[in-house]
Design a binder for this molecule. Structure first.
Ligand code: FES
Length: 405
């Protein structure tokens, strides 16, 4: 808990992405004196150029938590202070703990009231006299960092294949923070971003609605990072979009890793107005899932993987007629074997052979820059293999455009 971040100059690329995306609670990265030890800069560094070192004992400061007085070490985060006095945090939403999946200040799932203001506990530093409330009022307005609204000609996993083309078909925004730690993350400046202003669901929905008009599209997508992390925020965002876009052409599309997408969450999203969804299935074996996602805790990885497959089954069983469902499968021979891809295909075909399957070619990115990008021929082999197990609609992303369906 008592730690500080140290930059390793030899490994640092000097691009300073960390300065741009990390919500450093000290206000100055890599200052040993000021660092609160949140670790967000370590997570965000593509070059592994940050080490967390142990700090020797600091003095204690007095804070109030839910009106009770406590003494905690200075120069730690609110999350660390709450853990110090006995609060539990989790990486899967649980009843008796605070959900803290991203740890970089992007998702605001871990938010608490700090002197009356909603702040992410994972990247907010403790200060003498701070008053913290973990009990949020019934009617509180959630926040989340969302950014990079853009028109998209291809869309995502949950975009019907027949719409993909050379014109804008969708407006998309990206929710910051993710619960996975994929070493080849393709969107890591969003995944580890905690620095932009956090928006209420209604503020974000108004921007999306405006951008829909700018790009003259009917589809409004949210991806990430991981879109589902802050459940209250997402449900209110979808409701606000529905309210602002009452025409029957409007489509609300969510792309997700599906790792926390429980059945009741799916029901709530459908009730709120979601029309299209693209869950990922990042493997069949837990070892593969761990390799692809960088999740080292096996029990957690099993739970995430199980939840994503269950979400897919539940969607097909209950909402096939009401929603457009497309699933995403990763491919790179370094990360997943062709044998496992075929087994995934067989499982998917048993559940629904007509579902849209989108195979994403995982490229050298972020910390995994040494993996080769799958060639067109490899992706063609994947496509043939999945068609061979009876899947009717398979699209493979390649360096030369899409193969399929
Ligand atoms: S876990 Fe703190 S903001 Fe995401």
């Amino acid at each position: 808990m008592l730690r500080f971040a140290k930059r390793i100059p030899d490994r640092c690329s000097g691009y300073n992405t960390c300065e741009e995306i990390v919500a450093c609670p000290a206000g100055k990265l890599f200052s040993e004196d000021l660092c609160f030890g949140c670790g967000a800069c370590q997570l965000a560094c593509p070059g592994n150029a940050v080490r967390m070192l142990k700090r020797t004992k600091t003095k204690d400061v007095e804070i109030k938590v839910n009106a009770e007085r406590f003494w905690v070490p200075e120069r730690i985060t609110i999350k660390a202070a709450l853990e110090f006095i006995g609060y539990k945090f989790s990486s899967f939403p649980e009843k008796d703990s605070i959900f803290a999946p991203c740890s970089v200040g992007g998702c605001y799932s871990c938010a608490v009231l700090v002197n009356g203001e909603l702040m992410p506990s994972c990247v907010t530093g403790i200060k003498e006299g701070m008053e913290i409330s973990t009990e949020l009022p019934e009617d509180y307005v959630p926040k989340r960092i969302v950014h990079s609204w853009m028109g998209h000609p291809v869309g995502g996993v949950g975009t019907p294949w027949w719409l993909k083309g050379d014109r804008y078909i969708e407006v998309a925004c990206f929710a910051c923070g993710c619960n996975l730690r994929c070493p080849q993350c393709q969107n890591w400046t969003t995944t580890y971003c905690g620095k932009d202003r956090a928006l209420s669901p209604f503020e974000a929905a108004r921007i999306t609605t405006y951008m829909r008009k700018v790009y003259r599209v009917n589809r409004m997508a949210i991806s990430g990072g991981e879109s589902t992390l802050n459940r209250r925020w997402l449900l209110n965002y979808v409701k606000a979009l529905k309210e602002l876009n009452q025409d029957s052409d409007a489509r609300i599309h969510i792309d997700t890793n599906a790792t926390i997408l429980t059945r009741d969450y799916i029901d709530a999203l459908v009730d709120a107005g979601m029309t299209d969804i693209g869950p990922d299935l990042k493997g069949l074996k837990v070892e593969t899932f761990m390799r692809i996602t960088g999740i080292e805790n096996r029990e957690l990885a099993e739970r995430y993987l199980r939840t994503s497959w269950d979400a897919f089954r539940y969607l097909v069983d209950n909402y096939k007629e009401r929603l457009f469902i497309g699933i995403g499968i990763p491919y790179n021979r370094v990360l997943i074997s062709m044998e496992e891809i075929i087994r995934i295909g067989e499982e998917v075909a048993k559940i629904d052979d007509s579902v849209q399957v989108c195979v994403l070619d995982y490229r050298p990115e972020f910390r995994n820059v040494k993996i080769p990008r799958p060639s067109y021929t490899e992706m063609l082999d994947v496509w043939k293999a999945l068609k061979g197990v009876g899947l009717k609609t398979v699209i493979c992303q390649t360096s030369h455009g899409h193969i399929g369906p």
